[in-house]
Design a protein around this ligand. Structure first.
Ligand code: ADP
Ligand code: F6P
Length: 487
């Protein structure tokens, strides 16, 4: 993200009606308070922004989203050549719509109910209000016939609300997190409204085919709509397509970043700062209970305690950016991880660098590439994850085809990265064995696995992903005259 924000102060800049609009809960930049009390900006956390930043720079669209601060109205502005359209949220809306319904109802429900979803009617009411505001703002700024691409579980009502106001728009929706099994989804008191909300889109995209199938079956069973494979016939004559588009990364850019002298020097420095271990294990996550961070630390700690990993020889570096810190389950998790890391490190007889180094810092992308380049074994252990871009980023940065990826079978990425050392994070003994196997495997075996995965990640990058989705959307929404001419 450019540090030269032109922002609302740029007197030259004026908002045009956009022909390509992305609508997401967050803008790519977050407004935060600097240490001296002034307002500052930083890149927003998470996979959605990583994925959409390169697409938006290529397509030059407008991005509608919340700017991360409560009770603050901002004018549209330009940042790093993108038109950003802030949607304001009050403190109560942050509590009810973002922390509440999005992250304490939908997030756990859609992630296998790993944590217990909470159902509160006032959270739902605010979710409806905020979805309306996003739809209204988008309807104001989208040009005639524009492509509008709505993102993720925060905004599942927007497609329908938007279509009511602007039937001329071509509307796509993509869900970045898993779509749950039907038995879980039907627990939601507002299941019908959510299904109808999504059906306002022409194309509804999911990470995996299973998610798309669950959605189509629910629509058939609960809304009695006629379906045929991945197509849904709407009462107004429209046809909605529901299909899987596994999301990707800008692999070439990660590859190039990792190849820079800067990344090489930083990678060396990182290893040196960690005491030049023979084996560097790396974990990189938002601090979220879906990511299996406790299981990973538990497994590593037991291997150290049992003498199967020598802490003089190996270290686990865990980077975890704090996330959703006002949601109770996230606070609890942070405390539990602190305690577990403290226990593992406290029980190690090693003086000096502890077996686990645990950092909460958010790093620029080149620094992330340096961490990936430095790591011998990337440990990705989610209990459930829609995709997991970190796994793909690691692979993209391994130019020498060395290194090893230990990957949970419960991530979307596991369907594509089949040469990873696959694990079930609930099975701590199995996880331990795989960590040791990855550590001791021959360089030839590692290279064979990595080569295949690198090809997969480079060939299926984020640009191809966006083109596939948008080409399908274009085809679905072609006006009859246009298709006749084309035919
Ligand atoms: P999620 O979207 O659930 O957070 P993903 O693995 O799909 O999970 O995406 C996480 C993104 O956040 C990746 O692009 C990763 O590089 C980035 N990231 C994770 N930890 C850090 C960190 N400490 N500093 C900077 N970026 C980070
Ligand atoms: O898809 C997962 C997601 O919710 C994304 O929308 C976002 O990239 C990431 O997690 C970060 O979460 P939050 O916006 O709540 O900090």
């Amino acid at each position: 993200m450019s540090s030269e924000r032109t922002g609302p102060e740029n007197p030259e800049w004026k908002l045009d009606r956009a022909s390509f609009v992305v609508v997401a809960n967050r803008l790519p930049v977050d407004r935060v308070e600097a240490p001296d009390g002034t307002a500052d900006w930083r890149p927003s956390p998470g996979g959605l922004v990583t994925a959409f930043d390169p697409i938006m720079h290529k397509r030059r669209g407008a991005w509608v989203g919340w700017h991360g601060a409560a009770d603050e109205e901002l004018e549209p502005f330009e940042d790093d050549e993108l038109a950003l359209i802030p949607v304001p949220l009050s403190s109560a809306e942050v509590a009810n719509y973002y922390e509440g319904f999005s992250n304490a109802t939908l997030w756990p429900l859609y992630h296998d109910a790993i944590a217990t979803p909470q159902f509160h009617r006032e959270w739902w009411d605010t979710y409806v209000t905020v979805n309306k505001r996003f739809a209204d703002r988008t309807a104001e700024i989208a040009g005639e016939g524009a492509v509008v691409w709505v993102q993720d579980y925060h905004l599942q009502l927007v497609p329908r609300l938007l279509r009511r106001q602007r039937p001329d728009l071509r509307i796509g929706f993509f869900l970045h997190i898993p779509f749950p099994p039907r038995e879980l989804f039907v627990q939601l008191p507002w299941r019908q409204q959510i299904l109808e909300g999504l059906l306002g889109a022409d194309l509804v995209g999911f990470q995996l085919p299973g998610g798309a199938q669950n959605f189509v079956q629910l629509v058939r069973q609960r809304l009695s709509l006629e379906t045929s494979r991945d197509r849904i016939r709407m009462p107004d004559g429209r046809e909605v397509l529901a299909r899987a588009y596994p999301i990707a990364i800008d692999a070439r850019s990660f590859n190039q970043l990792a190849a820079t002298d800067e990344a090489a020097e930083r990678a060396e420095q990182i290893r040196h700062d960690l005491g030049d271990p023979r084996v560097l294990f790396l974990g990189v996550d938002r601090l979220d209970y879906t990511k299996g961070i406790l299981e990973r630390i538990q497994a590593f700690g037991e291997l150290v305690a049992e003498g199967r990993i020598d802490p003089d020889d190996a270290v686990l570096l865990q980077l975890a950016i704090p996330s959703r810190q006002r949601v109770e389950q996230y606070r609890q998790l942070r405390d539990e991880i602190d305690r577990l890391v403290g226990r593992v490190n406290g029980e190690s007889p090693r003086i000096g660098r502890p077996p686990i180094v645990y950092l909460h810092v958010s790093y620029p992308r080149v620094e992330m590439a340096a961490f990936y380049r430095a790591a011998d074994i990337m440990v990705v252990t989610p209990l459930r994850d829609g995709m997991n871009l970190v796994a793909k980023e690691y692979v993209a940065c391994r130019q020498q085809d060395d290194g090893a990826l230990v990957l949970s079978e419960f991530t979307g990425a596991a369907r594509e990265l089949r040469q990873a050392y696959s694990i079930n994070p609930h099975d701590i003994d199995g996880l331990k064995d795989r960590l040791v196997e990855a550590m001791n495997d021959s360089p030839q075996n590692k290279a064979r696995r990595m080569r295949v995965m690198r090809r997969q990640v480079v060939e299926n990058d984020i640009y191809k992903w966006a083109n596939m989705f948008l080409d399908d959307l274009e085809r679905l929404t072609q006006k009859p005259e246009a298709s006749q001419v084309a035919g």
